[in-house]
Design a protein around this ligand. Structure first.
Ligand code: C2E
Ligand code: MG
Ligand code: MG
Ligand code: MG
Length: 290
């Protein structure tokens, strides 16, 4: 009967739920441990000016190296950190570690004193009542120049309570930090909606950049986003630049900056120092491999 069928269905569902919950709890424990033990570190990916070819800044990216499971990607641990609330500790760890790194780098190399530092902020972190105060405390503690710090937000953060988001962004900007819209084009917001928020720059999502030369439609999307962003007074960073053709096309579209494997993969902090010391102006190999 249908009742029996329903019964079976729920039995299977419960078993699945139990497995999921257990895995989730294990991940939460492991993540909590990672934040305290030094398993969680920060890597840095250069952002390059398309006019000068120089590194103008870096994006900090969280990296989790688990002793037995190996590298766990952000796409796996960021959602768990969000659901468990550990994102607040994770976010503070990344911001603190990255600010310290950039201050140390600047002391060692005068060329590095003007490098900007971009840090990703998740929705739950951004909505926390004392988020702005926590950012302020870390900026003070690490003694970084706040005007070099760029906080990256995604469209989803802005959707549910726009007025509150505008208020938080204004309070952040009062600290002199810059605010960036990340992964633009993947959400549902239009550029006219984005105009409500006092952003300094916009990052075009790599899903449009990655095959802009093969798909004319993507080229048009990138062209439109860049043109409209400029009309709104926003600088544009293109993500996911993997080929020389991407770089050329983006330069032609007057895109200010770019980031991607073509220039450099994200590197550990120690490697960033080497990169800065060795060759300031990144000249990528002719075949685009890194
Ligand atoms: P995102 O902020 O858009 O960061 C850029 C992502 O694109 C990074 O992935 C980077 O490694 C990757 N990437 C850069 N250049 C290329 C390229 O040329 N080709 C391709 N295919 N990929 C490229 P990653 O490090 O795996 O991070 C994924 C996402 O996880 C980030 O996307 C960001 O949304 C989130 N994330 C990473 N670290 C943090 C963090 O500390 N806090 C928060 N809240 N989110 C973070
Ligand atoms: Mg980002
Ligand atoms: Mg992005
Ligand atoms: Mg992102």
């Amino acid at each position: 009967s249908s009742k029996e069928h329903g019964g079976d269905h729920y039995t299977v569902f419960d078993a699945g739920m139990r497995v999921l919950t257990q895995r989730r709890m294990e991940m939460e424990l492991a993540l909590r441990h990672a934040l305290e033990s030094g398993e969680m570190t920060v890597h840095y990916q250069p952002i390059v000016s398309l006019t000068t070819g120089e590194i103008t800044g870096v994006e900090a990216l969280a990296r989790w190296f688990h002793p037995t499971q190996g590298t766990i990607p952000p796409s796996e641990f960021i959602p768990i950190a969000e659901e468990t609330g550990l994102i607040n500790d994770l976010g503070a760890l990344v911001l603190r570690q990255a600010c310290r790194r950039m201050v140390a780098l600047g002391k060692e190399n005068p060329d590095a004193t003007h490098l900007t530092l971009s840090v990703n902020i998740s929705g739950r972190q951004f909505k926390r009542p004392d988020f702005v105060e926590e950012v302020a405390a870390i900026l003070t503690e690490t003694d970084i120049d706040p005007s070099l710090v760029k906080l990256e937000l995604t469209e989803s953060v802005l959707m549910d309570n726009a007025d509150e988001a505008v208020d938080t962004i204004k309070r952040l900007k009062a600290l002199s930090v810059k605010v960036v819209i990340d992964d633009f084009g993947t959400g549902y917001s239009s550029l006219s909606y984005i105009q409500r928020f006092p952003f300094d720059s916009l990052k075009v999502d790599r899903s449009f950049v990655g095959n802009m030369n093969e798909a004319e439609q993507n080229m048009e999307i990138v062209r439109t986003i860049i043109a409209m962003a400029h009309k709104l007074g926003l600088e544009v960073v293109a993500e996911g630049v993997e080929l020389a053709e991407h770089r050329t096309a983006l330069s032609d579209l007057r895109c200010e900056s770019a980031q991607g494997f073509y220039f450099s993969k994200p590197v550990a902090g120690e490697e960033l120092e080497t990169l800065v010391r060795k060759k300031w102006n990144i000249t990528p190999p002719a075949d685009g491999t890194v």
